[in-house]
Design a protein around this ligand. Sequence first.
Ligand code: FES
Length: 155
Amino acid sequence: MTDSMKEKIAALTGEFARIPGGMLPLMHAVQETFGHVPREAVPLIAEGMGLSRAEVHGFIGFYHDFRCEPRGETVIHLCRAEACQAMGVRELEAHVKSRLGINYHETTADGRFTLEPVYCLGNCACTPSIRIGDDVYARVTPDRFDQLLSERVES
Ligand code: FES
């Protein structure tokens, strides 16, 4: 971790340590600044917020929005909410995980894709739904996913 990163984390921690319940906005600010919460930041955050390192790790683990590793170039959000479940998203989910070789909250080895669950994409009439980057796709089958993925890889 560079000195500049340490200074930014110290500044953010100092800002939010004064606010009751400041841990949550602090973590959002750190993630927004760096794209993730660097593991090396945990001791600095713990010290600045008067917490143990274990408490900070527990906080990161509790809120799935926070991640310690950078995201891939493209984030794939797979809808796991009720309407998509009813239309077979579990089969699609197994295929997506197998095809990418990763589980939820993980990134492919080449850094291209991160897989995240989402609970409704507002596309419930055309399930199963998936978002790849900024684009939402409807009625996605395993074959359609492979096609969409190939288009992304080739672009
Ligand atoms: S439940 Fe999947 S898009 Fe709404």
